[in-house]
Design a protein around this ligand. Structure first.
Ligand code: NDP
Length: 279
């Protein structure tokens, strides 16, 4: 019996349709159109692609979006001035600075400058702290998208053993928080974990965010587990995840494909956070 595929494109489309309806209703009620500013510094091709996808998604649901493309020679001071200007712009409800920033710019300072109410990526320490104490916060988009996928397939994390491989601030740590909030028993693994395979094999929900192509093999996975593959790795002309999909789908109960899994959900949650930011 092979795993059931969690179709991120289909779930994301449903979320986008709902958002488009919500925006329509807002406008009919005379409330402002949600607005997102996307800031892109430098010429990183992957970042350019993500920004294009995010803007296209905004247009599709009726979010006003504007792009600020800056040369990599921009100074920290000029970048902070742009953030200040966007912070006080009433048309803009969400600000997204596409990461990574080119070397020489201080990412942490830039993120901290975004007004927490406009921090739709959920990276500002205020939002991270709010998420940790269980207060209302914008959850980071990728982890929020993963939780929506679990809801969609009707998997309740409560009481389940969840293992997260990766402890980045944008995926590993916040998905562990969200799973914990939903009463899973959570283990976080990383490059210093002693027996990664043994840890992974315990998981009823396994989330992998390491950035190593097809690292997770069939023998790492408990029969019937839900496997969420966050990785996006270019191998030659192909994009593959951190999970060896061909092998693991034979053991898992549910699995996300790459592409077409977590990626589209991340963008859908950015749109959802922008709409909430306009409320
Ligand atoms: P980071 O590089 O910030 O973090 C990687 C994590 O994996 C680190 O915690 C690292 O451990 C751990 N790690 C690396 N190698 C190993 C190993 N051999 N064994 C165990 N742990 C290891 O990555 P991100 O979290 O930003 O991204 C992870 C992947 O997800 C990437 O492929 C990225 O492109 C993708 N991604 C996809 C998104 C989507 O929308 N689908 C969104 C964001 C990211 P340590 O801390 O000890 O160094």
């Amino acid at each position: 019996m092979g795993a059931q595929i969690i179709d991120g494109r289909q779930i994301a489309q449903q979320i986008r349709n709902n958002l488009a309806r919500q925006i329509q209703v807002r406008l009919e009620q005379g409330r402002p159109r949600p607005g997102l500013a996307v800031v892109l510094v430098g010429e990183n091709p992957a970042s350019q692609l993500y920004v294009r996808m995010k803007q296209k998604a905004c247009q599709e649901v009726g979010i006003y979006s504007e792009e600020h493309r800056l040369p990599e020679t921009i100074s920290q001071k000029q970048l902070l001035e742009l953030i200040d200007q966007l912070n006080s712009d009433p048309k803009i409800h969400g600000i997204l600075v596409q990461l990574p920033l080119p070397e020489g710019l201080n990412e942490e300072e830039v993120i901290m400058r975004i007004h927490p109410e406009k921090d739709v990526d959920g990276f500002h320490p205020i939002n991270v702290g709010r998420l940790t104490i269980g207060a209302k916060a914008y959850p980071p988009c990728t982890p929020a998208g993963i939780m929506k996928m679990l809801d969609w397939i009707k998997i309740d994390p409560a009481g389940k053993k969840a293992v997260v491989i990766g402890r980045s601030n944008i995926v590993g740590k916040p998905i562990a928080q969200l799973l914990l909030q939903r009463n899973a028993t959570v283990t976080i693994c990383h490059s210093r974990t002693k027996d990664l395979v043994a840890e992974a094999r315990q998981a009823e929900i396994l989330v992998v965010a390491v950035g190593r192509p097809q690292m997770v093999k069939a023998e790492w996975v408990k029969t019937g587990a839900v496997v969420i593959d966050v990785g996006i790795n270019r191998v030659g002309k192909k994009t593959v995840g951190d999970v060896d999909f061909g092998q693991v789908k034979e053991v898992a109960g549910w699995i996300t494909p790459v592409p077409g899994g977590v990626g589209p959900m991340t963008i859908a949650m950015l749109l959802a956070n922008t709409v909430s930011a306009a409320d």
